[in-house]
Design a protein around this ligand. Sequence first.
Ligand code: AMP
Length: 281
Amino acid sequence: MKILKTVSEVREFVKDKKTNGKTIGLVPTMGYLHEGHASLIEKSASQNDITIVSIFVNPTQFGPTEDLDKYPRDLEHDTKVAEKAGADAIFHPTPSEMYPNGYSTYINVENLTAGLCGKSRPTHFRGVTTVVGKLFNITQADRAYFGQKDAQQLAVIKRMVYDLNFNIEIVPCPIVREESGLAKSSRNVYLSDEEKREALVLSRSLKEAERLFNDGERNADILKKRITDIIEGSPIANIDYVEIVDFETIQPISEIKGEALVALAVKFGNTRLIDNTILRG
Ligand code: AMP
């Protein structure tokens, strides 16, 4: 497996492959890879001739008081996970390779980025869409793989691809969870044992919402109330939001008809966790 550090190395790596009609799958990540990332890489490897995993802790998607500096990094471990899952190359650029002196261009998806995580992280999605747009151009990928774990991000990327006519297929991938139900996340390493235990209220509350929905409940306020009650059962949970929105537009809905995204963000100590489920009406 190749480790590519510069944009020109990636261009060189993909050039003859594109000429020979090979398909390229891209898995954008911030590294510290776990089974969630591995599932995306495996899917890409099964659908494309070549799979490139980008590992880049993207500074433009972190707010000034967020965890950019302490975000976990372990390239050696990531290399093993990526290779085992079927990757052909890792793209691991430096921040200055992606954002050289004088960098001035950003992609901003409006409306979908205003609510949910966009409220408490107002510059986050602008950073995500900018780096992902750059990665699409750099790798010339035919398909890119995104986890439903970051459901708002997935909707925003789909909108960007449609609006800006990127010639790429976005492949959504299901959330991978620990046996306990906790959604896998690189940020789970920040959690103490107690926080990790308490954080199980998230998946439990979403399961309960799914159960109520399957029993016929379609009222968003009732579902949100039940979720909130379960989360507040934990003395250390600090809710950022519990929302039910249309999965395509990310606008709040009061009654579930089409594809609804039930999304939540909750802090345990200093660690902010997100989780979600999709209900199909
Ligand atoms: P990150 O490294 O956290 O930026 O995530 C990179 C990609 O992996 C994103 O598309 C995430 O949605 C996806 N991902 C992260 N955690 C999971 C998970 N538990 N299950 C499925 N996909 C995930």
